[in-house]
Design a protein. Structure first.
Length: 316
């Protein structure tokens, strides 16, 4: 039998509905079948709506944890990959958005290949470049096409520590595959920025946590108390270990976006953490033309002719 229940969540008035399933059997097959059916229902819902899960502060007792959207919450509609128009790849002729989607699809079907070769089953994507170029739109389109939930992480919280981050990534997320999004990562926390070897001026990947702490002390001289509080207690080594350390989860697509790639620490971008990269630049002539046709072309001849004339006047 099934018992429904409600409980308060956090310090606000938000109520969370739950259910307890009880049955007289020792065989877990029935329970597993129910859980699998629930996963399929969630997957079908993602065909129409996008699932975005954010981190929420539940107060002193529970701290930071994932805030899963409820049935009554307003849903964000999904979008197709064709709605994100990027330059074409020089080798394949595919739109860069479609090429990234194909790479993600290939990854999701290659778990056995990774396992046989002893390679951690994870994939990292870096989207960087001009603001407003379509980085977030591309991630939403990929999530919609693959019917995966997006988990957005805010590293800048003063409550975010190495232990908290590790706990968030290991508990409370849907079973993989899923998408972990670190958006505007260069603005989230000083831990992801360049560390410098004082005295030589060179970047180094060694002694990550100690070097980051020295940078914190150096930069702290020029920061207000409020700015220091906002940076939290997260360290670079803690972030790297959470993403791909011995206890890191597998079957996850990691997306990081930034407008300033040069500000990020090289350790965060090395191969194995970031496997696929797209730079977003000012729109090219072909890209502008395809965007214009998508919005103003179509079945009406007058609109199609107007779109053609307009794009012919665009200077290369």
């Amino acid at each position: 039998w099934v018992t429904r229940s409600e409980r308060s969540q956090g310090s606000g008035d938000r109520r969370v509905t739950g259910a307890t399933v009880s049955f007289f059997r020792r065989d877990k097959a029935m329970l597993e079948s129910i859980l699998e059916e629930g996963r399929e229902i969630q997957k079908r819902r993602r065909e129409k709506y996008l699932t975005v899960v954010q981190v929420y502060d539940y107060g002193k007792e529970h701290g930071l944890n994932w805030l899963h959207p409820q049935e009554k919450d307003r849903k964000q509609p999904g979008r197709s990959i064709s709605s994100v128009v990027l330059p074409r790849c020089s080798l394949t002729g595919l739109d860069q958005s479609e090429a990234l989607l194909e790479d993600a699809r290939e990854f999701l079907t290659a778990e056995a290949w990774y396992t046989e070769r002893g390679i951690p089953y994870r994939r990292g994507y870096l989207l960087h470049g001009v603001p407003g170029g379509g980085k977030s739109s591309l991630i939403m389109a990929v999530a919609s096409e693959l019917r995966l939930p997006i988990y957005m992480m805010q590293l800048s919280s003063e409550l975010m520590s190495d232990d908290t981050l590790n706990s968030l990534l290991q508990y409370g997320m849907h079973d993989p595959p899923s998408i972990l999004l670190l958006e505007d990562v260069d603005l989230l926390h000083s831990a992801v920025l360049h560390r410098r070897n004082f005295g030589s001026g060179k970047h180094t990947d060694g002694d990550e946590e100690a070097e980051s702490d020295r940078n914190d002390l150096e930069s702290g001289r020029n920061e207000s108390h409020g700015e220091r509080r906002r940076r939290g207690r997260l360290t670079l080594s803690g972030l790297l270990n959470a993403l791909d350390g011995p206890t890191a989860t597998t079957g996850r697509l990691l997306f990081m976006t930034t407008n300033a790639k040069h500000r990020l620490d090289p350790a965060l971008l090395r191969s194995g953490r970031i496997d696929y990269e797209i730079e977003f630049k000012a729109a090219e002539h072909d890209q502008i033309q395809r965007l214009f046709f998508r919005f103003y072309g179509g079945s009406r001849p007058t609109l199609t002719n107007a779109a053609l004339k307009a794009t012919q006047n665009i200077q290369e």
